[in-house]
Design a protein around this ligand. Structure first.
Ligand code: ZN
Length: 206
């Protein structure tokens, strides 16, 4: 099956089928069969009688009444599945819409594909500040006070390992702790940070 037809069928079954009545479904597939699959065109001019003959096939010779046929076509037009054009002596013109052109389907596809908004608390200065405030301007690693001049944001889970700019992954950090931790995980960096804290305290107490 070619890719295009594959998509049409998938979208038809997943999104359009649940919206149509069984009669509308039959009619839509019939029109698709007579247009796209038969002529490679989405337009078809066909008389009600011919349509009724095909539509009625398999229903044990039961006569399909035209009012019923018209009702299904109208329903499909209201759903945006087809456009109904002019009528000549050769029949009525129908333009069949692909599932991804039908409003109810389009709505479902977009809501499914809507990209998740990833909040970036790292790049935007205003949002960086929110993290500093959340952490009360205290380095997450050594507990020292930081100011706007030396406050940095550390990626708890390092960026090169897939760490995000989400606020859960950002910690207020002093310059010293951040430069020690740099690309390491907290577990890897813990011993180095601890050593640095001890050295800093020793210096202070000298
Ligand atoms: Zn620190």
């Amino acid at each position: 099956m070619d890719k295009n037809l594959d998509d049409i069928m998938t979208q038809f079954v997943d999104y359009l089928l649940p919206e149509l009545t069984p009669y509308q479904t039959t009619m839509y597939l019939l029109l698709l069969r007579k247009s796209l699959l038969e002529n490679g065109s989405r337009e078809i001019r066909i008389g009600k009688r011919t349509l009724a003959d095909f539509y009625g096939k398999g229903s044990r010779g039961e006569k399909t009444n035209y009012a019923h046929i018209s009702k299904q076509l109208k329903g499909l037009e209201q759903n945006g599945c087809i456009s109904i054009g002019d009528t000549t002596q050769d029949g009525t013109l129908y333009i069949i819409k692909f599932p991804n052109e039908i409003p109810i389907v389009m709505k479902k596809i977009t809501s499914k594909e809507e990209p998740k908004i990833v909040e970036d608390f790292f790049t935007d200065p205003e949002k960086r500040r929110l993290i500093f405030e959340r952490d009360k301007w205290i380095c997450y690693y050594c507990g020292e006070k930081v100011t706007l001049d030396n406050a940095t944001l550390d990626h708890l889970h390092p960026q090169h390992l897939g760490g995000t700019h989400l606020k859960e992954n950002l910690k207020t950090s002093c310059l010293t702790c951040n430069s020690i931790k740099s690309g390491m995980t907290y577990e890897e960096a813990a011993a180095f940070i601890l050593k640095s804290i001890q050295e800093r305290r020793a210096r202070k107490n000298q």
